[in-house]
Design a protein around this ligand. Structure first.
Ligand SMILES: Nc1ncnc2c1ncn2[C@@H]1O[C@H](COP(=O)(O)OP(=O)(O)O)[C@@H](O)[C@H]1O
Ligand SMILES: N[C@@H](CC(=O)OP(=O)(O)O)C(=O)O
Length: 516
């Protein structure tokens, strides 16, 4: 088969071995490489080199997020969102510090400056012209928004999508510059079919098939794809939130029946603990999708949940480091339910990783016994649901319930004018607590963290929980709440947030020394 030719596949089978899921022979299935914002922002030439090496031996497709500088917080997406916020402020004409123009000028200058790594002046000029045109369009939208002083989801998406459009244009230009036939692929208006109100798995299956068909047109060229896709009524940002480019890469991988999705970061892969907090943490060669999902949920977000959901059980995901491309990274292998049972029985009887999730509030409700035990639980769940409060850990006995909640702003709807409405979790909690007080004495403890031990082998391991809690106790780390059972691969407890760094290290040296 011709190098770089992509073919789409659309079969979807949810059981059987991973290779049974595909129509295409192995040789025709590409690798999808996804690059995050900080990597594209800092290491575009290194990324071009990675693509070149991969392209020499395989068919590849590339997905890019918007450029960031040192951190995602100061990245293109955040600054475009800030520009929208300034444009729609009611006092935008009056307050010079809320002028969005300096933000746009700086972004334009940075993108033009990024063209420095393109050697060919012709390719560089073409890229720079696209930067100018994209920002002219952004300015037109922002001028309109300044007049109406409110943002609608379509305009928000149009502005935000420019981040991914320009990073993908940059990488496509760089690949062309390095002699790889490449094609910039804009997915920001790819959805031309009815979108259901709730984004179901069927919708994602249809979408990945559409991506696959669209990309099969890149005959003989490496597609460099915007990690932004749309249009979704209500907006991509509002429907999915941040991290959508990981989802996009997963859907591209499914649509192209990729042999592997490689998510390139600035870290070697998944470690036994966050290496920025635990210096002795070790790189894990492999991880099950269940373990990766638990790790992500409980604070170690190395891989986005969306990506896992779409790739599992079909496509392996490999986390790799843009700065150490020769390192094999960490692979998350798809598993069928049969594999899972077999794997669990073979998994070492020890934990895989320890993680911490901060910004936790614990709510304890001691029943006044005005309602019986089952109704007590039902009322509590209703109050939480009515107040849009999600619970991370839940413990109950006959007359006592403890809840651990992660504090974040909660999206509670859109006004008639299209304005997004958020509530801080604190406000939602205050209201919920006043309602819970009808059923008992409520106390609220802020400044907590969830410490979790994750591992496929935990269920069959005797004595691990004991060593986990003893290590904490021996080091005077107080445990506010314990939970084991909701997931058989996770043992969690709630501790004070100020102790979480120490707790991670204490638990790591007690339970992960087998690696030394
Ligand atoms: N178990 C873990 N293994 C690897 N990284 C972890 C783990 N837990 C937390 N992290 C953190 O996740 C981040 C992963 O890196 P990266 O994805 O490149 O950063 P970003 O989230 O800024 O894109 C790092 O900041 C790392 O400290
Ligand atoms: N640029 C988007 C999409 C994204 O997924 O970014 P990253 O791959 O850098 O996490 C965001 O900031 O949310």
């Amino acid at each position: 088969m011709e190098s770089g030719v992509l073919t789409s596949g659309s079969s979807v089978v949810l059981n059987g071995s991973p290779d049974d899921h595909f129509d295409l022979p192995l040789v025709e299935r590409p690798i999808v490489l996804k690059f995050g914002g900080t990597s594209v922002g800092k290491f575009a030439p290194e990324i071009a080199q990675i693509c070149l090496s991969a392209y020499k031996s395989r068919q590849i497709a590339v997905v890019c997020s918007a450029r960031s500088g040192v951190s995602k917080a100061g990245g293109t997406t955040n600054r475009l969102l800030k520009a929208i916020e300034y444009a729609t402020r009611k006092d935008s004409q009056k307050a010079p510090m809320h002028d969005y123009e300096p933000i746009i000028s700086a972004l334009r200058a940075e993108h033009i400056d990024a063209a420095r790594c393109i050697a060919s002046s012709e390719i560089s000029q073409r890229f720079q012209a696209s930067v100018t045109a994209e920002f002219e369009h952004v300015e037109e939208i922002l001028t309109m928004l300044r007049k109406v002083e409110v943002v609608d989801p379509v305009s928000e998406d149009q502005v935000v999508s420019v981040g991914e459009k320009l990073s993908s244009r940059l990488l496509a230009a760089l690949l062309e510059d390095r002699g790889i036939p490449s094609r910039y692929v804009d997915l920001s208006e790819i959805i031309q079919f009815p979108v259901p109100k709730y984004l179901s798995q069927k919708f994602y299956q249809d979408l990945s098939a559409v991506f696959g068909q669209h990309l099969s047109q890149c005959r003989g060229q490496v597609p460099v794809i915007t990690g932004f896709f749309g249009r979704i009524p209500g907006g991509l940002l509002q429907s999915l939130g941040r991290g959508y480019s990981d989802l996009c890469a997963a859907l591209v991988a499914v649509g192209l029946e990729a042999t592997e999705l490689q998510v390139w970061k600035e870290i070697d892969g998944v470690f036994t603990a966050d290496p920025s907090k635990v210096p002795t943490a070790r790189l894990l060669a492999s991880l099950t999708p269940d373990e990766a999902g638990e790790l992500t949920f409980y604070g170690s977000e190395v891989i986005h949940n969306f990506t896992l959901e779409q790739c599992v059980p079909r496509i392996p995901i490999r986390i790799k480091n843009v700065l150490r491309p020769r390192s094999a990274g960490t692979i998350i292998q798809p598993q069928t339910s049969k594999d899972r049972d077999c794997y669990r029985s073979q998994r070492p009887k020890r934990p895989t990783a320890v993680t911490v999730k901060s910004k936790i509030t614990v709510v304890n409700v001691h029943s006044n016994r005005r309602v019986d035990s089952p109704s007590f639980l039902e009322r509590i769940c209703n109050i939480l649901a009515q107040n849009s409060l999600a619970v991370d850990l839940f413990e109950k006995n006959e007359c006592h319930v403890s809840l651990a909640l992660h504090s974040k702003d909660v999206f509670v709807g859109t006004s008639h004018g299209g304005e997004k409405k958020f509530q801080t979790q604190e406000n939602l909690l205050r209201k919920a607590v006043s309602e819970l007080e009808e059923y008992g004495v409520v106390d609220v403890v802020h400044g907590m963290a969830i410490l979790s031990l994750i591992g496929g082998g935990l269920k069959r391991s005797i004595g691990i929980a004991g060593r986990f809690f003893t290590a904490l106790g021996d080091n005077n780390i107080n445990i506010e709440m314990i939970s084991q059972g909701a997931s058989e691969i996770n043992i969690s407890c709630v501790i004070e947030e100020r102790e979480c760094h120490r707790a991670l290290n204490v638990v790591h040296s007690e339970l992960f020394t087998y690696l030394d």
